[in-house]
Design a protein around this ligand. Structure first.
Ligand code: BTN
Length: 343
């Protein structure tokens, strides 16, 4: 099979709900000509579809919060670049990084991590980005779900093929947390905290969570999928999360451009990932220790699959593993598990 045919087959098998690339072109056309009214006929001929299809897709965009003015007779226009995570709009901010080459967008999917895992298993390249406006089965760590309200947050997974062994994987998890921390700090002007291994916190509440999944053999990681969820423009959190989670908008009292924030995050991830691959875990671990209040002297509850206990954090090992001194003495190395502050 030719490579373009096998890619088309892969896309059909793995991505039945993927956004039609021509909707992406429609959005780019409107965004490149803000305030200019473009007739439905011109749009149809530029992107190669029927006028009725243009009308249908305009409705899809409106449903996702894009403020498209006009109607089939008069033509269409938008007043400002919409905050939709469309591949053509995003990739223009990511030139020079591996994340600009292949960006897959869904108006709705189950979980971007599931899509990215399937693609990576089928050989998808390092740097591929999967984004959804809404997830119906967003997954968090330790079997939790991730609330993914339509177009309010960032739901994104990236495929990485790091030349490292599984022993170095904990530091890769910290890399993703550091990148999200930096992007959120720049976007808000606030000083977020990071709860080990990579929850970004604002004023004691979680604003960003990261789910790292990977396929590896003894000495080598085949691929890692880094799934990042950020609560951006939620005006409130569901009642059951209100005490522990927040959004950028709730903390800053203003809306934020998801497109700019995601571009910032992926550019920062590129820088931090390169530092990790070229210089190893030491600079990552020391930067993490500088920005996280959880690394040293924090009273925490550790919950693993086997047990739950209270202790005090006692620094990071060179690979990024957290050390915790149990009440009563013994120091544990936490490879995986949930950490929560004990007040
Ligand atoms: C956590 O803190 O528990 C991790 C949350 C990770 C959520 C993101 S949203 C994008 C990606 N797709 C998923 O299903 N999960 C991750």
């Amino acid at each position: 099979m030719s490579s373009s045919r096998s890619r088309a087959k892969l896309e059909n098998d793995c991505l039945p709900e993927q956004t039609d690339r021509r909707i992406d072109s429609l959005l780019a056309l409107l965004a490149e000509n803000p305030t200019i009214v473009i007739s439905g006929a011109k749009i149809a001929s530029e992107i190669g579809v029927k006028r009725q299809t243009v009308w249908r897709w305009i409705e899809t965009l409106r449903d996702s919060g894009v403020n498209v003015k006009g109607h089939p007779r008069s033509g269409y226009h938008i007043e400002r670049v919409p905050d939709i995570l469309a591949p053509q709009l995003l990739s223009s901010h990511l030139r020079g990084t591996p994340f600009s080459k292949r960006i897959l967008h869904f108006f709705q999917t189950g979980s971007t991590n599931d899509v990215a895992m399937r693609l990576a298993q089928s050989g998808e390249a390092h740097g591929t980005v999967v984004i959804a406006e809404r997830q119906t089965a967003g997954r968090g760590r330790a079997g939790h779900s991730w609330v993914s309200e339509k177009s309010a947050g960032i739901y994104c997974s990236v495929i990485l093929r790091p030349p490292i062994s599984p022993m170095q994987a904990p530091a890769l998890t910290l890399v993703a947390g550091l990148a999200a921390h930096q992007a959120i700090a720049e976007e808000t002007g606030l000083s977020p905290d990071i709860r080990w291994p990579n929850d970004v916190m604002l004023n004691g509440k979680k604003v960003c969570g990261i789910l790292t999944e990977m396929q590896a053999e003894l000495g080598r990681i085949h691929f890692a999928v880094i799934g990042i969820g950020i609560n951006v423009n939620h005006s409130k959190m569901p009642q059951e999360l209100a005490g522990i989670a927040t959004s950028l908008r709730m903390e800053t009292a203003r809306e934020h451009s998801r497109l700019k924030l995601l571009a910032r995050l992926l550019r920062q991830l590129d820088r931090d990932y390169n530092q990790f691959v070229t210089s190893g875990s030491a600079p990552i671990v020391s930067r993490f220790a500088e920005v996280s209040s959880y690394v040293q002297g924090k009273r925490v509850r550790i919950t693993t699959e086997q047990e739950s206990y209270i202790g005090t954090t006692a620094g990071l090992e060179p690979a990024g593993i957290l050390r915790v001194q149990r009440e009563g003495g013994r120091v544990e190395s936490i490879v995986s598990g949930t950490v929560s502050e004990v007040l």
